[in-house]
Design a protein around this ligand. Sequence first.
Ligand SMILES: *Cc1c(COP(=O)(O)O)cnc(C)c1O
Length: 423
Amino acid sequence: MTLPLSHPALSATDPELAALVGAEEQLQAGTLRLIPSENYVSQAVLEASGTVLQNKYSEGYAGRRYYEGQQNIDQVERLAADRAKALFGVDHANVQPYSGSPANLAVYLAFAEPGDTVMGMALPMGGHLTHGWGVSATGKWFRGVQYGVRHDTGLIDFDEVRDLALKERPKLIFCGGTALPRTIDFAAFAEIARESGAVLVADVAHIAGLIAGGAHPSPVPHADVISTTTHKTLRGPRGAMLMSREEHAKAIDKAVFPGLQGGPHNQTTAAIAVALHEAAQPSFRDYAHAVVANARALADALLARGFELVSGGTDNHLILMDLTPKDVPGKVAAKALDRAGIVVNYNTVPYDPRKPFDPSGVRIGTPSLTSRGLTAAHMPTVAEWIDRGVTAARTGDEDALAAIRAEVADLMAAFPAPGLPTD
Ligand SMILES: *Cc1c(COP(=O)(O)O)cnc(C)c1O
């Protein structure tokens, strides 16, 4: 039995909320978390994000604020930005965006006018909402043209991207996405952006930690702007950064503040600084490479069990399963796996014949399990649980799901998660 962490003040003031936090701690400790955009942050990151830096207003930038009393806050923000610059090898880093979506909106504000044409990967192909998809403000206020992947390979067709860019002449081209299991060819995108006169934005939200750890090529020599969240593979607090060469620094800073945001969340900036410090350690390189090795091993084990994977496998932290051959809709499988203690999300697959709210796929990834210390040797077991879970989803076998849940809890108890209760 795991004991809840003590949050004495919270428990005394608001036991109802404290109980929910305790329940979430138990859930995160006892389940196999496979959502590729999630992770476990360190205790140090948790502590930094819960500090009195929360109490301070600091509109502006270090040395140029609209409020006094910035003796410490300026240093916190400079530390975060300097660490980002050193880690990724960029001239400029803005660490103030509240999250990935506002960071991307700031890029539009910096480089485009409402009604301008912008280009990104279509959401159902693996792109992000904020890359010009219709329901997003970025698709309503700008004219989004969208590329995809080839039906036969599941890979980006650069001839198609080039043709579209030369025909549409977008102001911005976004590369990167949320369901891309393969390496992004930043050089190929950069060439197309140059030919078509577009600003290339590499949105590396999912893979920033892999890039920092040397397990995915860097966009830095190729992209004009790099947008990233800080809470996915990078393993920091929920936040974002915009990075660029010096020539774009002013435009980006102006767009974030005063263009789009007010005061930065200083407790988050502090936690970003801590996460960047952790990401600069040799052990983070080991983690990043282990994330990829685990994903490859899991993909191999799933393929051996007859699963169909979009693009046939993975180069990074993410696997997109098409469950059509298993005769189970993605949502049914995802909900059954949740009852089995395996947390995934249902997802569209490219050219999905089903609806977005009831698609054919399930998206999984290895950052969280890697942060707990699971290795490639565990991946055949993980694949077996997924296989049994999907079969149980089809047959409605709740006993089988309960049995998996017990096995999962057993293994997870042997791999304590950072920041969470242990036995
Ligand atoms: C997660 C993600 C975002 C958005 O981040 P939020 O913090 O959820 O707003 C943007 N782009 C990509 C590619 C992402 O994966």
